[in-house]
Ligand binder design. Structure first.
Ligand SMILES: *Cc1c(COP(=O)(O)O)cnc(C)c1O
Length: 373
């Protein structure tokens, strides 16, 4: 549906994805991780970049694995013809087991209870399934305790219905270097791995923070997301100058008017003009996932110049007081990304909205068009 609309119906607000830069990011991450396998994290619609387009591009760029949050995302990729191994990270539900097997998805087990449910389904269907055991080394979200893992893993390895592919854990504090808790998690994970050194398993721990700051966390595979889309976890630029954002958010000016002095703009009149001025309207709002938190604070670029949003962001549009500047209907507005010599970074936008870059990316929804270059 989305791609049909995008090919046939022009829309004045859109996300641009530079797949050439994306593939450059993938190659650059690859060059940093030594011999570890490369599992790209594409959950939440590929961090808002489009799960299928990103999945296909990642396969072309030579990643080894994809990981997703849930069954639905895995099926989307399979429907698009992606044949890479796909790991579902989130806890599975009983009614999803058959589909996980049917769609050839690897999935996560974090308890004996779920493992037994899975074995029942495997026995009934006469099939095996490919699973990873998740161990909690400190995130405390899902995953079995270390002590439990020592019992559960041998038991899982002895079950005919289960092909145990790997063991993994997730960082809680790897977004900056030299964090003692991240080092503690690496140490615990390593300890468990040594106990099972004779088994052929893929051990994986590193997210983007792990890849950038903790080379000791690479083990047999890494699972970065954010970094591959061009963002360092602590907001810095790539010292090697290779990894860069491949995402921009843009719209076209839809309306122009002149407003007298001391006039309120948008719902509640939280912005008032201080002089007779020019105001333009931009056709994107919180109905597209462009957050209401940008009201009176968000920055946009028009004709290479930065302006602040005037008044509250509505569901489908917002206004900008441009003073006495010249702007025309149809002019391109950049909300995130570069225009001329100026740039509005994702990190800057996230800071303004009092959130993290991840949330800005995956809040933007399917009403926006997506254009791949
Ligand atoms: C989201 C997620 C990742 C990727 O995290 P980034 O910070 O985007 O690199 C890796 N592993 C798990 C379990 C995740 O939930």
């Amino acid at each position: 549906m989305r791609s049909y609309l995008e090919q046939t119906v022009p829309h004045p607000a859109w996300i641009e994805i530079d797949l050439v830069q994306f593939k450059k990011n993938i190659r650059s991450v690859r060059s940093r991780i030594g011999n570890s396998l490369f599992c790209l994290c594409v959950k939440a619609d590929g961090y808002g970049h489009g799960i299928c387009e990103i999945g296909v591009a990642a396969e072309e760029a030579g990643v080894d694995y994809l990981c997703v949050a849930c069954l639905k995302e895995g099926v989307e990729l399979r429907l698009k013809g992606v044949s890479l191994p796909i790991l579902v990270l989130g806890a599975i539900h009983e009614d999803q087991i058959e589909s996980l097997i049917a769609w050839d998805l690897e999935f996560t087990l974090s308890s004996k209870y779920k493992a037994e449910l899975v074995l029942d389904v495997c026995a009934r269907l006469g099939k095996t399934c490919r699973v990873h055991l998740e161990v909690d080394t400190g995130m405390r979200r899902t995953g079995v305790r270390m002590e439990t893992a020592q019992q559960l893993l041998p038991w899982m390895l002895s079950q005919d219905g289960l092909v145990v592919v790997g063991v993994y854990s997730h960082f809680a504090t790897a977004d900056a270097p030299n964090h003692s808790f991240a080092q503690h998690q690496i140490f615990e994970f390593q300890k468990l791995r040594e106990r099972f050194a004779d088994k052929k398993l893929i051990w994986h721990l590193a997210n983007s923070g792990g890849v950038v700051f903790y080379p000791d966390s690479y083990f047999d595979m890494v699972r970065p997301g954010l970094l591959c889309y061009g963002y360092f976890p602590d907001g810095r630029e790539d010292p090697l100058g290779e990894i860069a954002p491949c995402f921009s958010l843009k719209a076209k000016v839809s309306y122009f008017k002149v407003v007298e002095e001391d006039m309120g703009i948008s719902y509640g009149h939280s912005y008032k003009t201080t002089q007779k001025t020019r105001v333009v309207t931009v056709p994107i709002g919180y109905g597209d996932g462009y957050r209401r938190a940008f009201s009176n604070k968000g920055i946009v670029l028009i004709r290479g110049k930065k302006y602040r949003i005037s008044g509250v962001v509505c569901m489908d549009q917002f206004m900008v007081d441009i003073g006495m500047d010249e702007v025309y209907i149809g002019d391109e507005v950049t909300l995130i990304g570069k225009q001329g010599l100026e740039r509005i970074s994702l990190e800057e936008a996230a800071l303004i909205a009092d959130t993290v870059p991840y949330e800005i990316l995956c809040s933007l929804n399917g009403r926006l068009s997506r254009i791949y270059t």
